[in-house]
Write a protein of this length. Structure first.
Length: 183
């Protein structure tokens, strides 16, 4: 039977045939969502508990490394228990407390080069500021922080680190209510 020779009962039958796998798919998707929610509930408390413990252990380890920085002169980092720990140089950064003022000062002091230091949206190009001397930075009221040691604590598995950081940030240590009996 061709499509042009059908009547409404044929369309009704085709619709019924279509609805069977469609409804089955909806059932599978619903069951999958229920299963995912069940697994999430099963592990969320454990993940939060462990994340809080990790945050506490990181604080203790950071303090220990900072208090004993002489142990990380050469080599600056070491690997213990699959974790890279030690010190690394934190990149310099530039703080522009009053961006409008700094832009006006750049325009005044570096008129010919202002496009190099100012984005077209009128913000300071912080990456370009490293070209200026301390005196020049002072003229335009930019505060430069020198590179300094920062603690390194990394697992060989960066995916786990990123997940732990995201969980700690999303839950916040203050608002975590952990069921210690579940742990």
């Amino acid at each position: 039977m061709s499509n042009s020779e059908m009547d409404i009962t044929d369309i009704q039958q085709l619709t019924k045939e279509y609805s069977i796998p469609y409804n089955q798919l909806q059932e599978y998707l619903s069951q999958m969502r229920e299963d995912i929610e069940s697994v999430r509930k099963k592990y969320l408390g454990l993940i939060k508990t462990t994340s809080v413990e990790i945050a506490e252990k990181v604080d203790i380890l950071q303090n220990a490394i900072l208090s004993n920085s002489h142990l990380f002169e050469k080599p600056r980092t070491q690997v213990f228990s699959g974790m890279k720990v030690g010190l690394q140089l934190k990149k310099e950064s530039y703080k522009v407390p009053d961006e409008e003022r700094t832009i006006k000062l750049i325009e005044k002091h570096f008129e010919d080069e202002k496009e190099f230091f100012i984005d077209t949206k009128k913000s300071v190009k912080k990456s370009a500021l490293k070209e200026l001397s301390d005196d020049e930075l002072e003229k335009i009221k930019v505060i430069k922080s020198e590179p300094e040691d920062q603690v390194v604590i990394k697992s060989a598995d960066d995916i786990v680190n990123k997940m732990i950081d995201a969980i700690i940030k999303s839950t916040g240590a203050d608002d975590i209510k952990v069921d210690t009996k579940a742990a």
